[in-house]
Unconditional design. Structure first.
Length: 387
């Protein structure tokens, strides 16, 4: 049998664009440990002292860690920590991973549960907002605690752990609700579970006749690509149609390791979509997002959503204006492949669901014609049919 790595070979000219991640202070660690996802979870950086191994911790970061230790903890895998720039506090990877004093500021519109997920839970852990699909919260654990996380109220909080009884109640709700055809397994991050535990959950979901599609929301291809093992992928492919949604925010995250993780899944027939969050100082620049989305396509990851950052308590310093997002979309559409242009959406606060936003391309319209502008700004007339 052919080696799976050679099923869909990628030209070296493309693969060479994806550099292996640095190992930083773990350069001498044996490969067997560095490539073991459990080692990374067991050695997560959780204190300012541990952060000093990889970065020169700024006064703001140190104070943010002290002031926010009870609000939202630090948790960074060694793999992701090694991507941070030691000297630059404005490093786009560092901004997503390390605390700042600005997290203690709460705008008047900030919410603990900005998307009203708890309100729309018919049973604990299952958010049923749209008619035919549900979000199934199965764990509070994550490989990394992202500073912009919309579920800060739950992630890293042992009190929100979904025990076996809660998960079973969620499965029973899905089973007795035939309108549900699409289940998004989320958390936290479901891939912090073992293969066997995740397989048992997927087996129960796939046994429900009206469940057509299963999706897994995970950031491990970004923060812990070692988690995407051949054994995991072989297990997941038993439950098709199964999709993975992940969360790359910046080109620095598209390492060779991330590439290989996505290649394993894509070769197994698992479609991968990416949900980027628009973040001030991280990716609020059209050139950065164009680079990211082109790289994702080379990784066989479809840029799916560009999210306006949710108004979660303590992340206002990372949020951009909607006008900035519209400006970026205007600079993407037409200037790069349509496949590389995600939907720009606001997940409407208060549980309103995802609302797409587009720059206006209509200049004028009446009963006989519509005048539109293209990406270069030139105007063109489309005449309506006369009958």
């Amino acid at each position: 049998m052919a080696n799976q790595a050679n099923v869909n070979p990628v030209p070296d000219t493309l693969l060479d664009r994806f550099r292996p991640a640095p190992r930083g202070p773990w350069a001498d660690l044996p490969d067997a440990q560095w490539n073991d996802w459990r080692w990374h979870l067991g050695h997560s950086l959780t204190t300012v002292e541990s952060l000093r191994q990889v970065i020169d911790v700024s006064e703001d970061e140190a104070a943010g860690a002290e002031e926010g230790r009870d609000a939202f903890k630090i948790g960074i895998t060694p793999y992701y920590a090694a991507l941070m720039d030691r000297k630059d506090p404005g490093c786009p990877v560092r901004l997503q991973a390390t605390p700042r004093t600005a997290e203690m500021h709460v705008d008047r519109w900030d919410l603990a549960d900005p998307l009203a997920e708890e309100r729309d839970m018919p049973v604990p852990g299952v958010t049923h907002r749209y008619p035919d699909r549900v979000l199934f919260y199965v764990t509070h654990d994550c490989a990394m605690f992202c500073r912009h996380c919309t579920r800060k109220r739950k992630v890293a909080n042992p009190g929100t752990a979904a025990n076996a009884q809660q998960i079973q109640a969620g499965i029973e709700y899905i089973r007795r609700t035939p309108a549900i055809r699409d289940v998004i397994v989320s958390g936290g991050d479901p891939l912090t579970w073992s293969d066997d535990r995740l397989a048992r959950l997927l087996e129960q979901l796939r046994a429900i006749p009206h469940v057509e599609i299963i999706r897994i929301g995970t950031r491990t291809p970004v923060t812990l690509p070692q988690r995407i093992t051949p054994d995991l992928v072989a297990m997941l492919r038993q439950f098709h149609p199964l999709f993975v949604n992940t969360h790359f925010n910046h080109p620095k995250e598209t390492t060779r390791e991330a590439f290989e993780a996505c290649r394993l899944m894509a070769d197994a027939g698992i479609p991968i979509g990416n949900q980027t969050v628009l973040l001030r100082g991280v990716n609020d620049d059209a050139a950065v997002l164009m680079d990211l989305n082109r790289r994702l396509l080379m990784m066989r990851v479809k840029p799916y959503y560009l999210f306006q950052c949710d108004p979660t308590r303590g992340n206002s310093h990372l949020r951009t204006t909607v006008a900035k997002g519209m400006e970026i979309m205007d600079a993407l559409r037409g200037w790069t492949s349509g496949m590389a242009v995600p939907y720009y959406v606001i997940d409407a606060p208060g549980g309103g669901g995802k609302v797409p936003l587009l720059p206006s391309y209509v200049v004028y319209r009446d009963d006989t014609k519509i005048v539109v502008r293209n990406y270069r700004g030139t105007e063109h007339t489309y005449w309506e049919p006369e009958t």
